[in-house]
Ligand binder design. Sequence first.
Ligand SMILES: Cc1cc2nc3c(=O)[nH]c(=O)nc-3n(C[C@H](O)[C@H](O)[C@H](O)COP(=O)(O)OP(=O)(O)OC[C@H]3O[C@@H](n4cnc5c(N)ncnc54)[C@H](O)[C@@H]3O)c2cc1C
Length: 308
Amino acid sequence: MLRRFLLWLSRNERMRRWVMKSRLTRGMVNRFIAGSNLDETVISGRRLNKSGILLTMDHLGESVSTEDEADEAGRVYLQMLDRIKQENLRATVSLKPTQLGLAVGPDRCHQRIRAIVEKAVGHGLSVEIDMEDSPFTDATLSIYEALLKSDRNLRVCLQSYLSRTDADLRRLIDAGGSVRLVKGAYREPAAVAVQSKGEVNDAFLRHMQMALTPDAVLAGFRLAIATHDDKLVQAAREIAVKNRVDKKDFEFQFLYGIRTDLQAGLAADGYTVRVYQPYGQQWYPYFMRRLAERPANLWFLVKNLFRS
Ligand SMILES: Cc1cc2nc3c(=O)[nH]c(=O)nc-3n(C[C@H](O)[C@H](O)[C@H](O)COP(=O)(O)OP(=O)(O)OC[C@H]3O[C@@H](n4cnc5c(N)ncnc54)[C@H](O)[C@@H]3O)c2cc1C
């Protein structure tokens, strides 16, 4: 219930204005956001790389409503790739299709993502495509599958809560693609997504079992397991051992600032760990989705509100 309310608020304009202006939210926001600009994010990225953790950088923003805004978002990503190359960072970039104009015009969005992928390939870098709410799943996967032909390392996110994911994952395994598996962060109707935590966890487990196999690795498929859930992380380790999938053939991913203890432990055990580093000014919807995932974060915020 609370999760659904917070996800509804993540799209509420009045709440956005209040939260973004409030000094009270600042400390909490800094916990989840790697920087307000690229310079700050590069500093925190260097630190993470030094401790053996890889990055995927995300310039915050989504749902643009004009082609000009989408063009500008595209330029930011091209500059980000130049900077990653120049700094020699071990990083990919993560982008949201609606930030690059998917809702305005799918063809031009496709062209912008293609330009970003081409630049990344030229620099010896890789791109990851985030998955947004279900009205965009088909279009996002169709862009991904078209571009996979020119970049075998291109990665897309699949959400375990969606009923369609079994079929999408099977197809991408056979195509030798690369997938970031997540539980799913949006408010979705029962017609397209399972609703209870237990069902989502079962689906996540089933998807790991499908994807962490020698046959999938042989087909060139690579899985990134993106969860902070201890039990699922442990299950991934056990499935990989049982199926004889080498540590170098999959990776774990975490959101910036969450479960840093688990991140460090996995890296120390020789697993590849990558942290999703969001930065920029448009942090409101991202921040609200993080609150929705863990209501304890909200209580922390409310306590501070009453203390001040
Ligand atoms: C690298 C990465 C990329 C992602 N990309 C996408 C994407 O493209 N599309 C999409 O829909 N979703 C994406 N997500 C979000 C994902 O769908 C989940 O909403 C999110 O990861 C929370 O689910 P969980 O698997 O961590 O499990 P949960 O059951 O939510 O959490 C398990 C435990 O992790 C800790 N935890 C989880 N979330 C928080 C938090 N916000 N604050 C503090 N502790 C927390 C808590 O200890 C909690 O008990 C991404 C997640 C990661 C890690």
